[in-house]
Design a protein around this ligand. Structure first.
Ligand code: ADP
Length: 437
């Protein structure tokens, strides 16, 4: 930042210098011209007076600072201190003007010397014209004589460089020394107060988010340990009893069945935790592909047919082939969890209807069951991790409390909206609306 302030202020300083120097020379040049004209006019007045009194000899005595030409009214030259044999001067504009208006002046290339020359011509009392001229280069030389002033410009440039460097350091130092660790830190410049307030606001938000994340993490670890411990305790208890021979032979099958069910729950739980933690991973961005939701739903229904048959629940797949750009595995987990719940929380002999459709260009998938429903006061919480409406019922039917959490995260990943409609005793319908593609 100090570099850019330095560069900007130096640039501004140099630009001011360059422009003012250029302006100085332009003004000085025009001033020099005016001064030269005035000097020539003054000298012409003196020369006329001298001429009237001393005649041509006076002109000769004047030396050669300026060219002096004395011209008859017909244009022929009486005297010229530089080019005595000049022809008629009647065509020269300054002479013409002097003859008609009394005085003429101008800058033009001299026909005799071939250089740009400044002329002043004056009509004398006797009707002749006295003309004084000076090469324009004399004016330029007068300007070049101020060149030493240029050194002052260079010096000023160096000084402005040093000043820009110092100024940029002085501006930046208080910003670098700003105390961002204290909320009441004062801004070194009033213009920075809004920025400082935004930084403090952001810090507060980040601290709050970190605290919330930490609470969630702690809750999650506590829940996970608890959920893992319960089936493990059962498994260990059953196995211990069997190892000590405390289980009568006719009960061995039942105990083994309990051990199998608890292990299965553990496997489901670990799988769900793995799925969720994958969705939680920062920068988790698996490759998307075109997924046909209808085919996906058909596959899922197939995989759940046996579980549904055990509860005499029937499946119906409605709608048609609608595709989304997504991750096949994640979409599969979403549809599986919704259909699995629709079977698990259904009445014996109930039904599940899965519909895939496109509404206003958006892919829509819904799973509706005729099950026990979710009481209104629980509806906003069932997507939280480990939240169950009826813990013992959920456990009894093999729930982990993570299914809808996986649905929520998977939907968020696909920017899909979730809608839940449920009526206790009548059934539940969960709809996913994918964004238009
Ligand atoms: P679980 O593994 O216990 O099913 P979920 O996260 O999938 O966990 O669901 C959370 C809770 O929401 C369930 O315990 C259950 O009480 C309720 N629930 C989910 N789906 C349904 C449904 N289709 N019908 C009735 N209740 C449901």
């Amino acid at each position: 930042m100090s570099r850019s302030i330095f560069r900007t202020s130096l640039l501004v300083g140099l630009m001011v210098l360059v422009f003012s120097t250029a302006l100085f020379f332009v003004l000085r040049y025009s001033q020099s011209q005016d001064e030269t004209y005035a000097a020539l006019r003054q000298e012409a007045v003196y020369a006329e007076q001298g001429l009237m009194q001393g005649g041509e000899d006076y002109l000769r005595s004047l030396g050669e600072i300026n060219r002096i030409t004395w011209i008859r009214p017909d244009g022929s030259v009486i005297f010229d201190n530089e080019f005595p044999n000049e022809g008629s001067q009647l065509d020269c504009p300054e002479v013409k003007t002097a003859l008609s208006e009394g005085e003429g002046q101008g800058i033009r290339r001299s026909g005799s010397s071939g250089v740009q020359t400044m002329y002043v011509a004056r009509l004398c009392a006797d009707g002749t014209v006295l003309r004084l001229s000076r090469p324009l280069s004399a004016v330029r030389t007068a300007i070049v004589s101020v060149t030493p002033a240029l050194w002052a410009v260079v010096l000023a440039a160096l000084l402005s460089m040093l000043a820009a460097f110092r100024a940029s350091e002085r501006i930046v130092r208080p910003i670098n020394e700003m105390d961002l660790d204290h909320a009441d830190a004062a801004a070194p410049y009033p213009e920075l107060t809004p920025l400082l307030e935004r930084i403090q606001e952001q810090k507060r938000t980040i601290a709050q988010q970190n605290a919330e994340r930490e609470t969630l993490r702690k809750e999650f670890s506590a829940n996970v340990s608890h959920e893992l411990k319960t089936p493990l305790t059962s498994i260990s208890g059953f196995a211990e009893l069997m190892a000590q021979g405390g289980v009568p032979p006719e009960k061995v099958q039942e105990f083994s069945g309990d051990i199998y069910r608890e292990s299965q729950r553990l496997i489901d739980l670990v799988n769900d935790i793995i799925h969720l933690s994958r969705l939680d991973e920062e920068g988790f961005e698996p490759e998307r592909e075109t997924v046909d939701l209808y085919d996906l739903a058909a596959d899922t229904i197939d995989s759940l047919r046996e579980a549904a048959a055990r509860r005499n629940v029937s499946f119906r797949l409605e709608g048609g082939h609608v595709c989304v750009q997504g991750v096949w595995r994640l979409l599969g987990e979403i549809v599986y969890n919704l259909c699995d719940n629709a079977v698990k929380y259904n009445h014996y002999g109930g039904s599940v209807e899965v519909t895939v459709s496109a509404i206003n260009g958006a892919a829509v998938l819904s799973v509706a069951d005729t099950g026990i429903g979710i009481p209104y006061e629980h509806q906003s919480r069932v997507f939280e991790r480990f939240y169950r409406v009826d813990k013992s019922h959920s456990k009894a039917i093999g729930g982990t409390g993570l299914g809808l959490s996986i649905v929520k995260h998977g939907a968020q990943f696909h920017h899909a909206e979730i809608q839940l409609e449920s009526e206790p005793g009548s059934g539940t319908k969960i709809t996913l609306i994918f964004p238009k593609e």
